[in-house]
Design a binder for this molecule. Structure first.
Ligand code: NAD
Length: 404
């Protein structure tokens, strides 16, 4: 068998940022994988993706179209969140292994349909929960597994995400398309909580969230009489003075040629564009083992970090992903220990993305079961969906309600 035949054949479904700049770039660097197909309803974007990646794949507008002609070993689904359910089910029913980026889907009901498809398929479905592969969180998990903290009864995570303001510029800011940011973004974190605590089931969720800053009242410049801001950075009269300018005019993926096909602007004004999600909020989850987790996320401010505190009955642990530091404070001694995790070597999301892909490739090669399953994806979507309902309806939401 030639080397070429031994390569795992991949299709990327959704040739936007994540599909191309993360998975596409990682796949072309590997000598055991090749991208045989790009799937995107926008043919200009997928053609630009092929050029950027310097590959010659087949192009399709949908997975169904692709399956009529070729069946790759695996598909990586990086289409918008509201398309995950349909794409995952078609891929699984079509006999493909699937790496599905988070969230599993934007509703628990859709998650259950994906789980049913995964159950009737003999194929692998792995979730793109890259935080589980983050070297700092992997170290934290191993410390918890060694019993360093004892029994964990409370976790707090504060997420500071400067880049999150750009959610307001694209589909992510539309509740109908992302399920809201407690699903789109928070599903990572709700999954990490469960994973760190060995998967207790979430029981109820409360959330207080809002859009306090990224609106028309908070434009970071003074409007001139008769001159409106927006609608997008490329056309905005205030582009030179706006500190939040996002210039993607030269982007091959999101330039005018691609926009002409589907009208998808990546640079809608984060202040004046319509949006239906929060820009900051707090949510609390209670689990069936009595543990609690608090996740707060804020997309305003200059900081990028996730800062965790884990309380166990033997120690308290503090973690900073950005500082790559874990400090263990034993409950009954002053013997504080700080673990420094080596800087990442340029892999996306602090070194997590290459390790996520590696785990998927290993699962494909060895037929290993996926470590992050559709069921895990469903629980994190459930926490996110409950958090969305909670802040929108001003009430605590029982997870069981989502399964009726
Ligand atoms: N795990 C992570 O850290 C992480 C980070 C960023 C994004 N994501 C996830 O990756 C996915 C893509 O996000 P993005 O920021 O790259 O979005 P994007 O808007 O940059 O790209 C989405 C692409 O999907 C295409 N598309 C639209 N409908 C489609 C369909 N039905 N089938 C196939 N393709 C379709 C669009 O044309 C576009 O090219 C989302 O699910 C997002 O939640 C995960």
């Amino acid at each position: 068998m030639s080397d070429n035949q031994k390569k795992l054949k991949f299709a990327i479904v959704g040739t936007g940022n994540r599909g191309v700049l993360c998975f596409g770039k990682m796949l072309v660097k590997r000598d055991d994988c090749e991208i045989v197909a790009l799937v995107d309803p926008n043919h200009v974007r997928s053609a630009a993706a092929a050029e950027m990646l310097d590959i010659k794949p087949a192009f399709f507008k949908s997975i169904s179209d692709m399956l009529k002609e070729i069946k790759p070993d695996a598909v990586i689904i990086t289409s918008p969140d509201y398309t995950h359910c349909e794409n995952a089910i078609i891929a699984l029913d079509g006999g493909c292994n699937v790496l599905l980026d988070k969230p599993l889907a934007t509703h628990v009901s859709d998650c259950r349909n994906i789980i049913a498809a995964a159950d009737r398929s003999s194929k692998i479905l792995m979730m793109g929960f890259n935080l589980r592969h983050h070297p700092v969180l992997k170290k934290l998990k191993s410390l918890l597994d060694q019993g360093v903290a004892g029994k964990v009864f409370m976790i707090e995570n504060r997420e500071f995400y400067h880049g999150g303001r750009t959610y307001m510029a694209r589909w992510n800011g539309d509740y109908a398309k992302s399920g809201g940011l407690w699903i789109h973004k928070g599903s990572h974190d709700f999954d990490v909580f469960q994973w760190l605590m060995d998967f207790p089931k979430p029981v109820r969720v409360s959330s207080f969230s809002g859009l306090n800053v990224l609106d028309e009242q908070h434009l970071p410049f003074k409007l001139r009489p008769g001159v409106e801001a927006g609608p997008n950075c490329r056309r905005c009269a205030y582009a030179k003075e706006c500190p939040d300018i996002y210039d993607c005019r030269e982007s091959k993926l999101f330039g005018e040629d691609a926009i002409a096909v589907d009208g998808y602007y990546k640079d809608n004004c984060i202040y004046v564009s319509p949006k239906s999600v929060h820009d900051n909020g707090m949510s609390i989850v209670e689990y069936d083992n009595g543990a609690k987790a608090v996740h707060s996320e804020c997309f305003i401010g200059p900081i990028n970090d996730r800062k965790y505190t884990i309380w166990g009955d033997r120690a308290t642990i503090e973690v900073s992903l950005t500082n790559r530091e874990i400090t263990v404070y034993p409950r009954w001694s002053q013997d504080t220990v700080t673990h420094k995790i080596a800087p990442d070597d340029g892999g996306g999301h602090g070194g997590a993305d290459p390790l996520l892909l590696e785990a998927f490739v290993n699962a494909l090669k060895n037929g290993e079961a996926s470590s992050s399953t559709a069921e895990h994806g469903m629980w994190s979507t459930a926490c996110g969906e409950a958090a969305e309902l909670s802040w929108r309806e001003h009430r605590m939401v029982e997870i069981a309600e989502l399964f009726k």
